[in-house]
Design a protein around this ligand. Structure first.
Ligand code: EPZ
Length: 408
């Protein structure tokens, strides 16, 4: 049985690092994953005036912001990572002004920020959009009620971070309920914020005068966990995954069990066995948490290409998150795509090919497909995968995969 230890969550640590801007004093964040996106966020905070130390041996990052030296995020950093938009709420709350280059779309969708802006405006900020930037100004943000048109993770996080120092109480409704939202709220409350309801449909934030520094260990990455669960299924493997929060991967666990995967929990972690039963087809539809996570859609589709029977995959969260379909088809998957629905015939024997990682999770899906394909698969643009999976080649090699990183 192979073993793998899950790292801290990328999608929890990024907003938590941005939230450290709000603290008077030095924050210490533990279980930080060694990722490109984390390094970009460190540089982004440094560009604003923070002193940031990174120690990936200990998985610790410290952030101290004695003085914000500029309220404008540099374009060359923002263009590398869309999550840069998450500094807007803290900057606005702490200094009354923020100017951030529009993060722009990416391969999976337009990625608008209208709900972030709706929240800031409702709290009294003046918003100026133009020539590729968005500016927000407010003498003092005022608590209010905001109803999100859709449960956006980023908008929920940005508005929550803006509200913690506002005058009065803010209630945000129809919020995202992802575990990363709860982790951010827990960190903010450790700093002295007064947030209730994170993880439910509505979050109440009572504004306070100031926030102090705090120490916080980031939750494990549920998407990395899911990726290794699927890896065990697709390779008919038998692995132990350490540092897992079972509650964060409930929908995935249920789906994999439907496909015949045996999953059990011990004190050491989660045991995932794809070697006991045949892997059979199922249908998936991505939804906001606690539904099936969109960030696991491409990896799960790779599994379905070799499962017995036909499956349907419906993507409801992003408008263009099937970029991996044509790459999987180059490997013989024969998937049919119609709009946001893909029909996966299943029962295929994939063959190795040269394929391209178009985004972080599509790249992960191609690595998984390559592990079971006949012959060798070469996945290019692997930097996408390294944005969200720390030491993934090493982790997979330790589990027995024949995988090699080559410099192109
Ligand atoms: C976060 O992105 C994650 N990123 C994404 O993970 C994840 O896929 C996504 O949430 C959904 O779970 C981080 O946490 C850093 P959204 P975010 O705002 O906040 C629309 C990965 O692979 N929308 O919940 O950008 C938007 O277009 C990445 O790790 C608006 O219309 O996601 C999308 O269709 C990829 N207006 C949907 O909501 C807005 O103002 C979900 O977006 C904001 C979003």
């Amino acid at each position: 049985m192979g073993e793998v230890e899950i790292s801290g969550s990328k999608n929890a640590v990024l907003p938590i690092m941005a939230a450290a801007l709000l603290a008077e004093g030095k924050c210490e964040i533990m279980d930080v994953p060694e990722l490109r996106d984390v390094a970009v966020m460190c540089d982004l905070l440094r560009s604003l005036g923070s002193t940031v130390s990174e120690d990936y041996e200990k998985s610790v990052v410290t952030i101290e912001t004695k003085q914000i030296s500029t309220n404008e995020a540099p374009y060359d950093l923002v263009k590398k990572m869309r999550a840069s938009i998450l500094i807007m709420g803290p900057l606005l709350a702490k200094t009354g002004y923020a100017k951030v280059p529009l993060p722009g779309g990416c391969t999976i969708g337009a990625r608008p920020i209208d709900l972030h802006i709706k929240g800031f405006r409702t709290m009294g900020a003046e918003i100026i959009e133009g020539n590729g930037y968005v500016e927000a100004k407010a003498e003092k943000l005022v608590g209010c009620n905001v109803y999100l048109d859709s449960p956006s993770v980023g908008a929920t996080e940005n508005i929550m971070m803006a509200a913690v120092l506002a005058e009065g109480t803010t209630v945000i409704e129809n919020v995202a309920k992802e575990p990363e939202i709860v982790d951010l709220a827990n960190f903010l409350n450790k700093m002295g914020a007064r947030i209730k309801g994170a993880g439910t449909d509505s979050i109440k934030i009572e504004g306070v005068e100031a926030l102090s520094s705090a120490k916080h260990a980031v939750i494990p990455d549920r998407i990395e966990t899911g990726t290794f669960m699927v890896a065990a299924a697709i390779t008919k493997g038998n692995i132990l995954i350490r540092n897992v929060v079972p509650d964060h991967v409930k929908s995935l666990t249920a789906k994999l069990k439907e496909c015949g995967v045996v999953i059990a929990f011990s004190d050491d972690g989660m045991i995932v066995r794809g070697d006991i039963n045949p892997i059979t087809a199922t249908d998936i539809k991505t939804l906001p948490h606690p539904g099936f996570p969109t960030d696991m859609q491409s990896q799960f589709m790779a599994l379905l290409t070799v499962a017995e029977g036909q499956s349907t995959v419906i993507e409801t969260v992003f408008e263009n998150r099937f970029m991996h379909v044509k790459e999987l088809n180059r490997m013989g998957a024969n998937i049919k795509e119609e709009g946001n629905r893909a029909t996966v015939p299943g029962g295929r024997t994939l063959h190795g090919a040269q394929v391209v990682a178009t985004d972080l999770r599509a790249g992960a899906a191609l690595v998984l497909a390559g592990m079971v394909a006949d012959g060798t698969t070469e996945v290019s643009r692997i930097f996408h995968v390294e944005r969200g999976y720390s030491h993934f080649v090493e982790k997979f090699r330790n589990l027995g995969a024949a995988i090699l990183r080559i410099e192109d």
